[in-house]
Design a protein around this ligand. Sequence first.
Ligand SMILES: Cc1cc2nc3c(=O)[nH]c(=O)nc-3n(C[C@H](O)[C@H](O)[C@H](O)COP(=O)(O)OP(=O)(O)OC[C@H]3O[C@@H](n4cnc5c(N)ncnc54)[C@H](O)[C@@H]3O)c2cc1C
Length: 381
Amino acid sequence: MIEFTFTEEQNMLREMVRDFANNELKPIAAKIDEEEEIPEHIIRKVAELGLLGAPYPVEYGGSGVGEVGYCIIQEEISRACLSTATFIGAHVSIGTNAIYIGGSEEQKQKWLPILTSGEKIAAFALTEPSAGSDAFNLQTRAYLDGNEWVINGQKLWITNGPFADVFSVFARTNLGISLFVVEKGTPGFTPGAPEKKMGLRGSKTSSLTFDNVRVPKDNLIGRDGKGFLTAMKTLDAGRLGLGAACLGACKELLEISTRYAKERKQFGEPIANFQAVQFMLAEMAALIYEVESIVYRTAWLYDRGECTPRLSAIVKLVSSNALDVCVDHAMQIHGGMGYSRELPIERYYRDSRINRIFEGTSEIQKLVIARDVIKRNGVLD
Ligand SMILES: Cc1cc2nc3c(=O)[nH]c(=O)nc-3n(C[C@H](O)[C@H](O)[C@H](O)COP(=O)(O)OP(=O)(O)OC[C@H]3O[C@@H](n4cnc5c(N)ncnc54)[C@H](O)[C@@H]3O)c2cc1C
């Protein structure tokens, strides 16, 4: 038999994040969307609560809660505000994680404490104008000139781009793709203006331009030419966090929709009495159970060093599809009110769709899964 329960510490973590999310974040989530800005006091509070470094070991300033703890955080934050979850995800799960996964001990000691404390904010810069799904085709170049790397190129769609302090940047050297740290303010490095997006409006995304950007030799993270492996490993963790964010949003949508279905009367009775509405609630509940099971099982495997790219791709694929169904059902259950900006449903609708696109589209997740299935002749034990 296997035991599958959260520890007391994990339950306490959930309670702490839920308190913050309910009392401080949810009341201003609509404002964050409207003003396209997460207020500074929320960013500071998230840092104070330790959420910007939670999964990392204490020796690097984290709380050592691992991937399961990180998924708990993302689930609870996403119930309140998907923009804030995206800001946290870009900082913790990909921006900082690339350095954690790829860096030497000395580099981790240097960069992680300032990131896990939230003193500096991180971003993960892989995507380029001609390298989205085909990330390996990236064109940003880096060459060594004396004691400095010189970087030239452009990145696109970088979450936290307009304001981050520390960028994990992937660029091509003579030996392959490598990972570099570039700090805000380095001459020749210019973040673009925030993109105007359909959803996740509080989360800022921009291009980055590198025009003969010089960084110290030591800012090459890990070994020259090994950066693509680091990027892929980083995305394995990122995709689990996105699964947890989808889970939180699905749960919130089910709660709001059930409440509404019991209150809203048509034909003289609550719409919750109609089987068509019940079936939508039932399907949402079933999907939530499915997503919850795979998110936490896979996060648990991740913490044991047993997660594989196929598993994290499955989590991303299944959870983003589930959220699409849940948000659509929530909209349908709310009728015209779901379409109104008075209620949060339309915001969730806009915020949710990106989950089938970023950190690898659903089609790319299917490619990752299918490649492994074929390699194993369909035997997945
Ligand atoms: C809001 C937002 C935030 C983001 N944040 C970050 C970030 O922080 N850091 C970062 O590096 N990137 C980030 N991205 C980029 C994101 O990861 C890419 O947009 C995504 O990987 C898809 O790349 P693309 O947009 O170039 O689409 P494309 O690769 O052009 O894909 C277009 C379509 O073609 C399909 N397609 C492509 N190749 C194949 C294939 N081989 N088989 C089948 N179908 C295929 C895709 O699935 C998709 O449907 C972000 C994007 C957005 C929109």
